[in-house]
Design a protein around this ligand. Structure first.
Ligand SMILES: C[C@H](O)[C@H](O)[C@H]1CNC2=NC(N)=NC(=O)C2=N1
Length: 95
């Protein structure tokens, strides 16, 4: 099972994740797109990445905005390497 990252490990991971922050025990980023359609396309693409990794985001969508929070439920709701990997996959989708 994935184990929680230390504060130092999280800080280091964030140096490779522009726009992401550590907040409330999660990796967090808020995306804004040009339209609802673009936000939906992003969510579908991230959804396929999440399914492939069997690791899923907590997120909300309001019109053209998608707020993402990543944490690992099976690790007591802490940030693990799986969250860092998903954040990197999300960045690739976001372009
Ligand atoms: C059975 C399955 O592997 C687990 O339920 C997975 C699914 N996706 C998950 N996603 C997240 N964010 N945390 C988990 O612990 C988790 N566990």
């Amino acid at each position: 099972m994935a184990k929680p990252l230390s504060p130092e490990e999280i800080s280091f991971a964030l140096t490779a994740l522009p726009g992401w922050r550590f907040e409330n025990d999660a990796l967090a980023k808020d995306f804004k797109f040009g339209s609802f359609r673009a936000a939906m396309a992003f969510m579908v693409r991230v959804g396929f990445e999440a399914e492939a990794a069997d690791h899923h985001p907590e997120w909300t969508n309001v019109y053209n905005r998608v707020a993402i929070r990543l944490k690992t439920h099976s690790a007591g709701g802490k940030v693990t390497g799986k969250d860092v990997e998903l954040a990197k996959a999300i960045e690739k989708v976001a372009g």
